[in-house]
Ligand binder design. Structure first.
Ligand SMILES: C[S@@+](CC[C@H](N)C(=O)[O-])C[C@H]1O[C@@H](n2cnc3c(N)ncnc32)[C@H](O)[C@@H]1O
Length: 215
């Protein structure tokens, strides 16, 4: 998702009290953003888009701190425009590229990572840009707690199959997996739909999901 040339997007994101634009400054102290509550788990969505998922999660789980990371201001400003973001004291948005995760989070600072409908990068030569690739899993490993987890959802079967191979290759443990989330009563319990999930499932596409943990 890239909304090109949204006038004023960069400025809106930089001026928003709900958005962090210099994330490296919080390395090792993200919980201070939320009043320093060191006991609450920190969950990060990478590629949050317009923020529907992370906003709803923050409302449902006040005991968890949520960060929605997105690389484009033009997309993030759409999340900020939604007044609902401001209503959740346990939610912040972060403008950042996932490549720099270890510069933004200290080892063990994050408890869970969500990847929702990540860009598929269909060309083979772009495979290592895919967010569930082994290359990115190694970055996630650097910032997660030892028993930290990654949850991945997509409508794209080829990307899902690729991701499962990468999980194996990178030595992560597959905790749960479904090829039709909305018909899987156990895995769908508590499921919060993303914008893309709503769109694709309403068109009849099955939703794929796995949950993995570091070994
Ligand atoms: C296909 S959209 C999905 C949006 C949302 N997660 C959903 O499910 O509705 C993917 C989003 O991830 C963002 N994104 C892609 N690669 C990224 C990266 N390396 N770092 C941060 N954000 C990224 C894109 O800008 C886009 O907004």
């Amino acid at each position: 998702m890239r909304l090109r040339n949204v006038p004023g997007a960069k400025q809106a994101v930089e001026e928003s009290p709900w958005c962090v634009t210099m994330p490296e400054e919080y390395r090792g102290q993200w919980r201070s953003l939320f009043g320093g509550d060191g006991t609450k788990p920190l969950h990060l969505e990478i590629g949050t888009g317009k923020g529907r998922f992370i906003t709803e999660m923050a409302g449902l789980h006040p005991g968890v701190l949520y960060l929605g990371a997105e690389k484009y201001s033009s997309v993030l400003c759409k999340a900020i425009e939604k007044q609902t973001v401001a209503a959740h004291p346990n939610l912040r948005l972060v403008r950042m590229e996932a490549e720099i995760l270890p510069e933004v989070f200290a080892p063990g600072e994050v408890d869970r990572i969500y990847l929702n409908f990540s860009d598929p990068w269909p060309k083979a030569r772009h495979a290592d840009r895919r967010l569930p690739s082994a290359r990115f899993l190694r970055l996630y490993e650097q910032v997660l707690v030892p028993d930290g987890s990654v949850e991945f959802k997509t409508d794209n079967e080829a990307l899902f199959d690729f991701a499962l191979e990468e999980v194996e290759k990178a030595g992560w443990r597959l905790m749960a997996c479904t090829r039709d989330l909305h018909r899987d009563a156990v895995m769908c319990e508590g499921n919060v739909m993303t914008e893309y999930e709503e769109r694709f499932s309403s068109q009849g596409h099955p939703i794929y999901k796995f949950m993995i943990q570091r070994r």
